[in-house]
Design a protein around this ligand. Structure first.
Ligand SMILES: [Zn+2]
Ligand SMILES: [Zn+2]
Length: 358
């Protein structure tokens, strides 16, 4: 087990935005260690679409140098005096958030993922002035509230991508009533979408997977989807009018061509369309008309990662049902290739980087 002295903070950092996937090994200063903090020596980190949006500056200018990565699992090396639930040697994870105000209404309601003063896992600035650096690195410090215990039955390589991709789709499925007797549509079967199928089936819903990629159809059936719908087919939505109780959309690009109003027409009365994908800043939602909402009384909204409670429930679901994500592991030094493939939608269905700097 690594001791406190063994933790050296370094990672694969963006230093030149023009070379967005050519990351350089860089030392960094961690946040000041506080009484509520857990320090983790990272063993695994998933590669998320958010990492690509951030590195390519699609969501705005990033800090430099910047280490991304927010699907982190590792071994606890140090805990602050106030920490109750972790001890050195435990396996633990960190997702896309590592701090919040702890005092606003959302925080008090256990909805800390919606805190207006949330501290993102990377590309944020701590109150002590330190830039938060992510998981393509050796180690991380985070407030205990944002550190998740990994059950013994779930291997670290499988737990890693649950920390963002898994949680981001579990939260809206849970919040919006996915369960027995419900018909749930999942749009976009990449890293997030494949988790949405796995969770929704485990929650005993009937699952409709929507993809434009025929080469994924067999995989999607193996993941457990009851219906696979090719969105390339002309007016595919007409066969599913007034059918779905919930749609979770993982698409992170829309463009003018996405028939969003037609997607909404597949919702049953009072059905909900929830987007978890967040496109680049210059890619807003397509135009909608009130007709799109009044004809079936449908509702539309979004969802942002998940709370600690959501995460604990997700991990319990994965543990109790033995759910394993579809991942491909590679050493952290191959991160450039992983990022390129994520950008080009070539990943099946999540990359998990393994530690090679410590
Ligand atoms: Zn993410
Ligand atoms: Zn708050």
């Amino acid at each position: 087990m690594p001791s406190q002295r063994d933790v050296d903070f370094k990672g694969y950092a963006l230093t030149d935005p023009k070379r967005w996937n050519d990351l350089k090994i860089t030392d960094f200063k961690p946040k000041t260690f506080d009484a509520d903090d857990v320090e983790i020596a990272i063993t695994h980190c998933g590669v998320c679409g958010s990492d690509v949006h951030t590195l390519t500056q699609g969501w705005g200018e990033s800090k430099l140098p910047l280490i991304v990565g927010h699907e982190i699992v590792g071994t606890v090396t140090r805990v602050g005096d106030n920490v109750k639930d972790f001890k050195p040697g435990d396996r633990a994870g960190v997702g896309a958030q590592r701090g919040s105000c702890m005092s606003c209404r959302a925080c008090k309601d256990g909805l800390e993922n919606y805190c207006p003063n949330s501290i993102e896992t990377y590309n944020a600035v701590y109150p002590d002035g330190v830039v938060a650096q992510g998981g393509y690195s050796t180690a991380i410090r985070a407030h205990e509230q944002f550190v998740f215990p990994i059950p013994d039955e779930i291997e670290s390589r499988y737990a890693a991508s649950m920390m963002c991709a898994g949680l981001t789709v579990f939260s809206p499925l849970k919040t919006h009533g996915c369960g027995p007797g419900k018909k749930v549509g999942i749009i976009g079967i990449g890293g997030l979408g494949h988790y949405a199928i796995l969770w929704a089936k485990a929650m005993e819903a009937e699952v409709y997977a929507f993809t434009h990629d025929d080469s994924k159809v067999e995989d999607i059936k193996k993941m457990g989807a009851d219906h696979v719908v090719n969105t390339g087919k002309k007016e595919f939505w007409k066969d599913y009018a007034l059918t779905l109780d919930l749609i979770v959309s993982t698409r992170d690009s829309f463009g003018d061509k996405m028939p969003l109003g037609d997607f909404l027409s597949m919702l049953y009365v009072h059905g909900r369309f929830v987007t978890v994908g967040v496109p680049d800043a210059d890619d807003p939602l397509p135009n909608l008309h009130p007709f799109n909402f009044v004809s079936n009384g449908c509702l539309m909204g979004g969802s942002k990662i998940g709370s600690k409670q959501d995460c604990l429930e997700m991990l319990e679901l994965a543990r109790s049902k033995g759910i394993k994500p579809w991942i491909e592991e590679m050493p952290m030094c191959d991160v450039g290739r992983a990022l390129q493939n994520v950008q080009e939608n070539k990943v099946r269905y999540r990359y998990v980087l393994t530690q090679d700097l410590a």
